[in-house]
Design a protein around this ligand. Structure first.
Ligand SMILES: [Zn+2]
Length: 293
């Protein structure tokens, strides 16, 4: 779509997507704070300081910038503001800009697909941030996301056609929307089942919880949005990401408990951004599936 745009327009649009992402990140921070505490997202409308409860003035609520100008302190109680706030804002901005640039500009992905990818990545970010703090992934995110993914497959079948998904069965029924829904469902079932099996095997081998049910639901959501290939790439990528983070932590701090959701989320975003390259190694597998079908 944006492939024919002049470079200056591409740069301006990407920068705009970054700013938009930072603003959305500010809202995601509200969700990340309120969801696990059982608070509603809509009331109170204004954000408040978790320490003193004061409503945050609009000019103190500018993504990234307010954190810097306020010197990382609340204007009312001078309590420290968590690094999570600017981190989530900046990361959301980065996700928006990266997905827009990689998909819309470089790969020529259509607008509908790009929007769905950005929405799904936002859900993954919320799941990861909540998991870091609470060691849970809220069903509101994973199950709502699972339904959203199925709906996206039905409405925008192009999500599942081509290198990123199941094109072995591309013309299963010949009805594009129905095929999209089926691809979405195949992705969801393969993702959920795969991690559920890891959970069962982990229990048998180590006699303890190796994989949470929340992780399985999150992977089902990833599959619903992006299909079985991204599920497989995420499945093989996330343990490496986990080890990169977990081993230094174990050695330096002696901590061995860590949430897995962030690595699934990061793995899925990487799988998504580089799906053409990463999914190509699944071609032999796809060939085998094609022989069976
Ligand atoms: Zn305060």
């Amino acid at each position: 779509m944006a492939g024919e745009l002049a470079p200056i327009v591409q740069i301006v649009l990407t920068a705009w997507l970054f700013a938009l992402g930072c603003a959305v990140g500010s809202f995601l921070n509200v969700v990340i704070y309120r969801l696990p505490r059982g608070l509603t997202i809509l009331e109170p409308r204004r954000s408040f300081c978790p320490r003193c409860g004061h409503a945050i003035r609009w000019h103190d609520n500018v993504p990234l910038l307010s954190f810097l100008f306020l010197g990382r302190r609340c204007r009312d109680c001078a309590g420290p503001i968590s690094w999570r706030y600017p981190a989530v804002e900046g990361l959301t901005g980065l996700l928006f800009a990266l997905i827009f640039y990689r998909q819309a500009v470089a790969s020529g992905t259509d607008v509908g697909q790009t929007v769905i990818m950005i929405l799904a990545a936002s859900l993954l970010l919320v799941a990861a941030a909540v998991d870091v703090e609470w060691f849970i992934i809220p069903d509101e995110i994973s199950l709502f996301g699972l339904l959203g993914g199925l709906l996206a497959g039905l409405l925008i079948p192009s999500l599942h056609v081509g290198a990123a998904s199941y094109h072995t069965w591309e013309k299963l029924t010949g009805l594009a929307h129905l095929d999209g829904l089926i691809a979405s469902a195949v992705g969801a079932v393969s993702g959920g089942l795969l991690l559920w099996m890891v959970r069962v095997v982990g229990r048998l081998l180590f006699r303890r919880e190796a994989m949470g049910l929340g992780d399985a639901k999150l992977m089902a959501m990833i599959g619903a949005f992006f299909g079985w290939k991204v599920v497989l790439v995420t499945f093989f990528l996330s343990p490496f990401l986990g080890v990169l983070y977990g081993v230094p932590r174990l050695v330096l701090k002696g901590e061995h408990l860590m949430p897995y959701g962030p690595f699934l989320s990061l793995g899925a975003v990487l799988a998504l951004l580089f799906r053409t390259e990463l999914c190509s190694f699944l071609e032999p597998l796809e060939y085998l599936v094609g022989l069976l079908a």
